[in-house]
Unconditional design. Structure first.
Length: 72
């Protein structure tokens, strides 16, 4: 059924139901920055597994660097 709706939405690529899980984890981490929360919600017994959801958005990197040079 998932593949059928990907086709209807004209979404190309190799996606499976697990893609939804990864998207959920990524969005949850982006909103909360709480790795422990993501670990708990995804049921990972080891936090090392959850680290994959902490990939940095390049816009966040740019903002952080810009804050270094702002005057207080």
């Amino acid at each position: 059924m998932f593949k059928k709706y990907l086709e209807r939405a004209k979404i190309k690529g190799r996606f499976g139901v697990h893609s939804l899980r990864h998207t959920f984890g990524s969005h949850l981490y982006a909103k909360t920055k709480n790795l422990r929360l993501v670990q708990e919600c995804l049921g990972h017994p080891n936090v090392q597994t959850t680290f994959r959801y902490t990939h940095l958005d390049q816009s966040e990197v740019k903002k952080a660097v810009n804050r270094l040079y702002q005057e207080d």
